[in-house]
Design a protein around this ligand. Structure first.
Ligand SMILES: [Zn+2]
Ligand SMILES: [Zn+2]
Length: 281
């Protein structure tokens, strides 16, 4: 997935696209086994979604680049925070990092995250970070960081989870929804993603698998495609692949989606989230 566009402004990097557990295997080398981490690079600023195991490699890169980092965690399930203690910039003196995620009730995001990054669960936690971290507890709402607007919205998952919408100058909209059990009846969600330039969304199951996993908090790729097509999404990235989804299976799903979109005469472009690739919009 490498697209070049002369008006390019936002570079979307895929560092981890797997759901639930890191799952490298010879059967999925092409798409990768690291868990959720996506970066948006715009005019010298880094906006990162989730800190799954994929964030470690991104951290190696960012440790050498002195550009501002804002890191947003969709929720606190292990596959979305595993990589955080291995994110090098957190240990760099004077490095400014915004670290944002959901609060739950009266418990702040900082309190929730500090609890799991603490002995005996993990030997080091935020007290070992030398960087200058600005903690933010997020609810649904909207805020501006520089010229980029970030809007958050609760999505349907097994614990409190936020979806993120990034609106860049010129109107480019990128929406990231890590984990969600999507329904065709969710009018509010369809309205939110209407006309998005890029939607990166959980597509863990197919319809048959979904029927066996109702209530687990994840979507079938068929339902996701229908919702995205109806909402006029321009580019759809299937992500949060099941640990057992092989390269061959993911490519079969992609072919199905392309055929379906063609049949519906819908101009949507569909991609399978692939570790180590960049999409430019
Ligand atoms: Zn997940
Ligand atoms: Zn989750």
């Amino acid at each position: 997935m490498k697209q070049k566009n002369m008006k390019a402004g936002v570079e979307i990097g895929f560092w981890g696209v797997r759901g639930s557990i890191p799952s490298h295997s010879f059967k999925n080398l092409r798409y990768g086994g690291h868990t959720a981490c996506v970066s948006l690079h715009y005019k010298g600023s880094w906006f990162i979604c989730d800190a799954g195991t994929g964030i470690r490699e991104l951290g190696e890169k960012l440790a050498r680049i002195k550009e501002p980092i804002s890191l947003f965690l969709s929720h606190l399930h292990w596959d979305h925070v595993f990589g955080l203690p291995f994110f090098k910039p957190l240990y760099q003196k004077k490095r400014k990092i915004i670290l944002a995620g959901p609060s739950i009730g009266r418990r702040s995001f900082k309190a929730l995250l500090s609890k799991i990054m603490h002995p005996p669960y993990f030997p080091i936690g935020p007290v070992a970070w030398n960087s200058n971290v600005e903690w933010k507890s997020m609810e649904s709402g909207s805020q501006k960081l520089g010229k980029v607007r970030i809007s958050t919205r609760p999505v349907k998952h097994s614990d409190k989870t936020l979806g993120f919408e990034f609106t860049f100058p010129g109107g480019v909209r990128v929406i990231y929804v890590a984990d969600q059990e999507l329904s065709l009846k969710d009018i509010g969600f369809a309205r939110w993603i209407k006309g998005a330039d890029v939607l990166i969304h959980d597509a863990q199951y197919d319809k048959k698998e979904y029927a066996k996993h109702k209530g687990w908090g994840h979507s079938s790729f068929e339902t996701l495609l229908e919702v995205a097509m109806k909402a006029g999404v321009k580019k759809l990235v299937l992500s949060h692949h099941d640990p057992n989804a092989t390269d061959a299976l993911l490519e079969k799903r992609l072919s199905w989606c392309i055929r379906r979109a063609r049949l519906c005469k819908n101009p949507i472009k569909i991609f399978i989230g692939k570790e180590g690739t960049t999409l430019v919009v």
